[in-house]
Design a protein around this ligand. Structure first.
Ligand SMILES: [Fe+2]
Ligand SMILES: [Fe+2]
Length: 276
């Protein structure tokens, strides 16, 4: 059962005077990545084949991700009536394939590892939509982002609870969990987001250049974050790898994450300026 439906959004309150084109560009990219969640649901069903409870939960989860995509896509078409979500998504699907679609076992080496990787993604999306909700002045997008963020926090809990169950069986050590988590965070700069940003925003005849696309996406996305958004995500990441999400370690980790994001933001802004 979904917690909300697209029809629940107060679309009639859309205010075009409050649109920020930089945010529209981000929403177009997010819409495609979210809608592609259905493919990840298929992969999770293969990895957890004999775990019927988890497979049922993964199916519900992927439908919620698809709804995130459809809702964001509908908003982006209101904000930019010339934009065609279906055409952009078809282009995305034709050019980008999840690298794990043919795998029968988790590409993370274990089911615990797979679920830790999912926790990383949900830490990122929950903080991202919280930041986007706080940054936008457009009332419909703000409400959509709050609804989506609430789903993403629930998704984190879903994967975290299943991860704890598998951890007690598989006994993956904390360093291995940290390695898996760091690896998945690093993958956020791969093609999945970059290619979505390109398909959502570049002309059809423009060549795809990864460095330019990821810089275009990240330089805009990182602008939205405030310290408390990233600090909360840091606490979730620590919890997922089995470290205390509060106290001295948490404070140091949150400060380090903030410094890292700011330095990455400067780098992406520089790359974008050079490629312009
Ligand atoms: Fe989502
Ligand atoms: Fe999610």
């Amino acid at each position: 059962m979904k917690h909300w439906r697209i029809e629940d959004v107060h679309w009639d309150q859309f205010d075009p005077s409050k649109i920020d084109p930089e945010i529209v560009a981000l929403v177009k990219a997010a819409a495609m990545v979210e809608r592609n969640g259905i493919d990840y649901g298929t992969y999770l069903n293969r990895v957890f084949l004999d775990d019927k409870d988890f497979c049922a939960a993964a199916d519900r989860w992927s439908l919620e991700e698809v709804q995130h995509g459809d809702t964001l896509g509908r908003w982006a078409m209101l904000a930019d009536p010339a934009w065609d979500f279906e055409a952009a998504f078809a282009r995305y699907k034709a050019g980008y394939h999840l690298p794990l679609l043919t795998a029968d076992a988790s590409v993370r080496g274990s089911r615990t590892g797979e679920l830790i990787a999912r926790c990383m993604v949900e830490s990122g999306t929950s903080s991202y939509y919280s930041a986007l909700a706080d940054a936008t002045e457009e009332p419909v997008l703000r409400d959509i982002c709050r609804l989506i963020a609430a789903d993403e926090f629930r998704h984190f809990k879903l994967f975290y609870d299943h991860m704890k169950r598998y951890l007690s069986r598989e006994g993956i050590g904390v360093w291995q969990r940290i390695r898996i988590a760091a690896g998945r965070i690093g993958e956020s700069e791969d093609d999945e987001l970059a290619y979505a940003f390109y398909c959502g925003n570049a002309n059809a005849d423009a060549p795809y250049r990864h460095e330019q696309a990821i810089a275009g996406y990240m330089s805009r996305a990182m602008t939205l974050y405030r310290y408390h958004h990233l600090a909360r995500a840091t606490g979730m990441i620590l919890k997922a790898v089995g470290l205390p999400p509060h106290g001295r370690l948490y404070q140091l980790a949150a400060r380090f994450a903030w410094w890292l994001m700011r330095s990455r933001h400067q780098k992406f802004t520089r790359v974008l300026a050079q490629s312009a």
